[in-house]
Design a protein around this ligand. Structure first.
Ligand code: TRP
Ligand code: SF4
Length: 541
């Protein structure tokens, strides 16, 4: 409770935590019907205290894509997707497509067992479970190596917390017979894969991505390659689209995993227009002119490199909308290639294939092809076909064929006391193990987005967008019932709902949720015992 009881009906003013006051969430609205916009003024740090004050930065600065734009392609989306609690993604399309077409795909996330699972973790549990229900091979892993190395927990502590995470995951509906649970420390395949991936990453890179330095211990670094292996583990048997549901603080890991997946590939497949190489920007420019120019307009009905070079030089720079050096390098390459005809093709660049694999690829390419020392050009395959072929040949010849993993990002919940929800601040979060009465009390004492007085609230409406209690409804308490969530929102901002009653209702729902969840946890005890995961670590220290 933050203030005078008498303020209850009118809604007490928010007591903003330091973190929150920095950027507030005015730019990051959670949708009432489902949906949010809205990141950080600090770098994303997996081991720091991530609070996200402006979700838009994540799109602009880090290239995370807005989830809304892909939502229409998701069959029967979960309420967290509909309501914008999941606000962003990287490359989720292949996952959505696999879902639509009933093709194999996977979902995996990991949990550092550093404390009790709380309602923030429930978001991720729900995301894994929902994907499992949509047909994913689902994985839940305990990041015990990370907890030991990066957070210094003892193995006994880790065992205790792990059990609690797993019980909640099962209680919420994870099917351990269809899916897989594991802990990092006992998964030999993950360790072996981590070792292989480690050969593709070096210390400078870790320095740049994670801020590691000479003081960083080696086990912490090992936990990073282990996470890389976790992320690619679902693809060990065969390459498949994989989604990693996480908070945006984990995005550096996702980006590195996507890079490593690419670096492990035998072949790089790209589109080319002539014998020379182009980078992405250069290629786009040539593609654009290739589409624009008609071969009939040139000498022997053939569009040649020089023609495009001439045309580019004739076009004013403003019209091209590319940096001058990109234009310069394209013109140079085209001019040097001279009379060579421009012909679109897909290029398989040999990155790390064995000789046998390279030979097998040459064999497998149908139609016209040209074989060079370290690449092959295919003239009758489109890019997608070419990529699928490269993966197939790689897998048949002893490679992994990893597809870059996809991710989805959920918003961090606001703490009940304002600021960020943190496991280390008791009153700020609700643990899934909290006594239902305690849960009730915490909600009753939460800060709100209410006005100073009931009259003002009726006149101006509450600020649901800045209200941790509204978040509880949207993220959890309203469950699948969008109408209910919308009703709470509309009534609040319309001034019909006052904070006292609103919190009472939320507190009761929370009490009910916790009681129910804890009963389910007891029911799944046996399921956990039977599950194929080691609950007691033999490790010391
Ligand atoms: N680093 C994650 C965390 O801090 C835990 C984790 C380990 C993880 N391996 C993973 C998350 C793989 C997603 C995927 O919570
Ligand atoms: Fe108050 Fe409820 Fe509105 Fe929050 S959602 S400001 S608690 S009425």
């Amino acid at each position: 409770m933050t203030g005078d009881e008498s303020l209850e009906e009118s809604g007490e003013p928010r007591t903003d935590g330091g973190e929150r006051s920095r950027g507030s969430r005015s730019s990051s609205k959670l949708r009432s019907d489902g949906g949010a916009a809205g990141a950080d003024d600090v770098a994303l740090d997996p081991w720091g205290s991530s609070s996200v004050s402006d979700y838009r930065n994540l799109f602009e600065e880090f290239g995370i894509e807005e989830f809304d734009e892909i939502l229409p392609e998701v069959p029967d989306p979960h309420y967290l997707l509909r309501r914008g609690v999941i606000f962003g993604h990287r490359d989720y399309r292949p996952v959505a497509e696999a879902m639509q077409n009933d093709e194999p795909f996977a979902a995996l996330s990991g949990f550092m067992p550093t404390g009790d699972p709380h309602i923030g973790h429930k978001l991720v549990f729900d995301e894994i479970i929902w994907h499992q229900q949509q047909g994913a091979d689902a994985y839940g892993l305990i990041a015990d190596l990370e907890a030991h190395s990066a957070r210094g927990l003892t193995w006994d502590e880790i065992d205790e917390h792990s059990r609690n995470y797993l019980l909640s995951l099962l209680a919420l509906g994870f099917d351990p017979e269809e899916g897989k649970l594991y802990r990092q420390s006992t998964n030999r395949e993950v360790q072996d894969l981590a070792f292989e991936l480690g050969a593709e990453a070096n210390f400078s890179e870790f320095e740049a991505i994670y801020g590691f330095d000479g003081e960083t211990d080696v086990s912490h670094m090992q936990s990073v390659v282990t996470q890389m292996a976790d992320i690619l583990y679902p693809q060990l048997e065969e390459p498949k689209p994989t989604v990693i549901p996480v908070g945006p603080d984990q995005d550096p890991h996702v980006r590195l995993a996507r890079d490593l997946a690419e670096r492990m590939r035998f072949f790089k497949v790209s589109k080319a227009y002539a014998s020379f190489e182009l980078d992405d920007e250069e290629r786009e420019l040539v593609a654009d002119f290739y589409d624009r120019l008609e071969p009939e307009e040139f000498d022997d009905d053939t569009l040649r490199c020089v023609h495009v070079a001439d045309e580019l030089e004739r076009t004013p720079l403003e019209e091209l909308d590319v940096p001058a050096d990109t234009l310069g390098s394209v013109v140079q390459k085209l001019t040097e290639a001279g009379k060579e005809p421009i012909r679109p093709r897909t290029r398989f660049f040999n990155r790390r294939a064995t000789e046998d694999a390279f030979e097998a690829l040459i064999e497998a390419i149908e139609g016209e092809k040209r074989v060079y020392e370290s690449h092959i050009d295919a003239f009758d395959l489109d890019l997608e076909e070419a990529k699928a072929l490269a993966t197939e040949v790689e897998v048949d010849n002893g490679g992994y064929g990893f597809l870059p993993p996809s991710s989805i990002y959920h918003r961090f919940m606001t703490g009940l006391t304002g600021g960020k929800m943190s496991s280390s601040i008791e009153a700020s979060h609700i643990s899934l193990l909290d006594d239902p009465e305690e849960g009730y009390d915490k909600v009753k004492s939460a800060t709100t987005g209410g006005r100073e007085t009931a009259d003002k609230q009726r006149e101006l409406g509450g600020k649901a967008d800045e209200c941790p209690v509204y978040e509880l409804y949207a993220y959890l308490l309203a469950g699948d019932d969008d109408e209910f969530a919308k009703e709470v929102y509309d009534e609040c901002v319309g001034g019909e709902r006052l904070c006292g009653g609103c919190k009472e209702q939320a507190a009761e729902l929370m009490r009910e949720f916790l009681a129910d969840h804890q009963e389910k946890r007891e029911e799944v005890e046996d399921l956990l015992e039977e599950a194929d995961i080691e609950l007691d670590s033999p490790r010391r220290g």
